[in-house]
Structure formats: structure tokens, C-alpha cells
Design a protein. Sequence first.
Length: 233
Amino acid sequence: MSRVNKDTAAEFLQQFPIFQDLSPEELKQVEDIAISRSIHKKTVIFSEGSEKEAVFFIRTGIVKAYKTDENGHEQIVSFLKTGDMFPHTGFFNAHPYPATAEAITPTELLAIPVRLFERLMLSTPSIAIKIMRVLGDKIRELQDKLQVLSGQDVRNRVLSFLLMLAEQHGQTHGDQIVINLPMTHQEFANSIGTTRETANRLLNQLTKEHLLEVDRSRIIILDLQALKQQRDA
């Protein structure tokens, strides 16, 4: 861990939406409490139920947040990317971390001790307002995820989750949507509450229908409209 390099601090911090448009004086407040962290792939950043010590911002990399049930099964809550903040709950209370966060790629983070971050929000209303917007977006995202998991058969859950990934992580390349997310089939299955075998079968079926291409590091959606039509049918 190290303090943010002062020569690049302003540029570094302004990569994150909540720190954009701050005055030089406000940025200096953030610089003084921010810590840089480099995280190796497959490293747990914090565990569900552990004491909340810091708020994190992703400079580069991908982090998965997940909960574990009483049988040890993993339920993935979300995949977090560059520019995202986590956790999204528990400010101004002593609640522990609500989920486990694990880097699934080499990841560069900005960490701010939670009590100092709370003071920063109290002293800098513009940051507090932006945090409220971020939390509102996260609530909508989780509502969408809940809709994916409830009241649909497994095939529709797969289709809905693919469309959600396209919206949140997809990059448009011509007629294709490329989702650069190194997610295993087990992690895909854990995200929609099914077995790996079922997820594999349905992904293979969509591949045979020339709607997708899937490898270990990405998913390519070849026909977005066809996926939407199948989901809505």
C-alpha cells in the first residue's frame, strides 16, 4: 500500500466520477487520505462479515462481489469495473462488509479509510450528492438483477443476464457487442442461480444459433436484437 503519488494525484482521482469537478482544495483533501493498492488476480480484498475498514475505487481491473450461503455456495452479486466504487452500503454505521470482494484480474485500487471517507462526505457536499447518485444507480442495477433471478425460467435468466452484461460491460465493435469479462462458466451459473452444466448447455445452444461466441476471457454477442427478441418472446 502507498499514498497516491502527488504528481499524478489529481489526474488519478478525476478518473472517478464522484471526484470529477472538485476544486483543487477539495481534491487535496482526498489526496491526503487516499491510499493506492495493487491487488493480484484471485486475491480477496475483503470478506463478507469482516469489519468495514475502507471504501475502494477501481482504477483498473475487475472485481466480483459475492455472498456465500450456508452450504458454501457462491451467489455473485455483481462484477465491478474501472471507475466503480465498493462497497455501496453501510456508511455512517458499524455494519460489517455485506459481501466478499475478490479481484478476478490484476487490479489497481484507491482505498480510503471508511471513517475518513465519512468525514469527507460531511465536509464536501458535492461528493455526498454524487455518492447518493452512485447508490441510486446501484439500487437500480440490483433491482434489475433481482428481476433476472425471479419469475423466469433458466433460459430467460441466461438471456436477461447476457443483456445486462452487454449494457454494463459491453463495447460495441461494428455489429457486435464484446464483453471483456474473464468469467468462468461456474461464475456465470452462480450469477443466475443455476448449475454449471445448465449454464454450459444454454450457452452452447446460443452459440450454435450463431448468437454468441464464448471463450475464457470474453463473450461476443453477435446479434443483440435476436437475443432481445428471444427474451421478450
